[in-house]
Design a protein around this ligand. Structure first.
Ligand code: HEM
Length: 179
């Protein structure tokens, strides 16, 4: 098929998969999912450091959020070497990694994200905290990858974070019995 510059939707590879077709379950296209996988792989190359930098950004932007954790009294710059923090940050990134690995498996993905929401119901947080986390994650990503991140990769993350927040809040509110 002839290439049609400027067309939103086009056939991209020899198999004829349409890289710009929105998949109903997630609202994401295969091209967006690839953008998420590519950028996440870079983050995971230095999981420990990036875990620290992400949470530092989260607590700088929303200081109240640190108050929900056992390491609430630890100075931001000391978190990097704090054993409780390191364990927790590792678990959070493993959980996000689970989501990225299941982008093609919608039922599993939805279950993981709603589960994150319901698991947080006893933690004292509010549903809005997930929106704070979204904003901090996007800020962390853009800052950390400023030299390499493309506008398309950035908007792909904005889109998936919207999906994550909505589903996590859904799970959270169901577990709280507020819906
Ligand atoms: C995509 C969003 C999130 C993911 C993937 C995530 C992931 C996790 C994971 C894996 C744990 C550890 C559970 C365990 O130890 O078994 C955890 C615990 C926790 N999370 Fe989140 N979380 C998210 C959002 C949030 C938000 C927005 C807050 C708000 C402050 C939050 C606060 C907490 C707290 C307070 C704990 C308990 C920590 C402890 O005392 O051990 N999380 N989270």
């Amino acid at each position: 098929m002839e290439c049609m510059p400027g067309k939103e939707s086009r056939i991209d590879d020899e198999k004829g998969d349409n890289m710009d077709t929105v998949e109903p379950g997630t609202g994401l296209t295969p091209r967006e999912k690839n953008a998420l996988r590519d950028t996440w792989a870079v983050v995971m190359q230095d999981k420990r450091k990036n875990g620290f930098l992400f949470f530092k950004k989260f607590f700088e932007m929303f200081p109240k959020m640190q108050g929900y954790f056992k390491f609430r009294d630890v100075e931001l710059n000391d978190l990097e070497e704090n054993a409780t923090f390191k364990l927790h940050a590792g678990k959070v990134f493993t959980q996000i990694n689970n989501m990225v690995e299941n982008l093609d498996n919608v039922p599993e993905l939805v279950g993981i994200i709603k589960g994150v929401g319901s698991d947080h119901a006893p933690n004292g947080i509010t549903a809005e905290a997930f929106e704070n986390l979204r904003d901090a994650f996007l800020a962390f990503l853009v800052e950390r990858m400023s030299a390499t991140i493309t506008p398309f990769q950035k908007t792909s993350w904005e889109k998936v974070m919207g999906v994550i927040v909505a589903l996590a809040q859904d799970g959270f509110n169901s577990a709280k019995g507020t819906q």
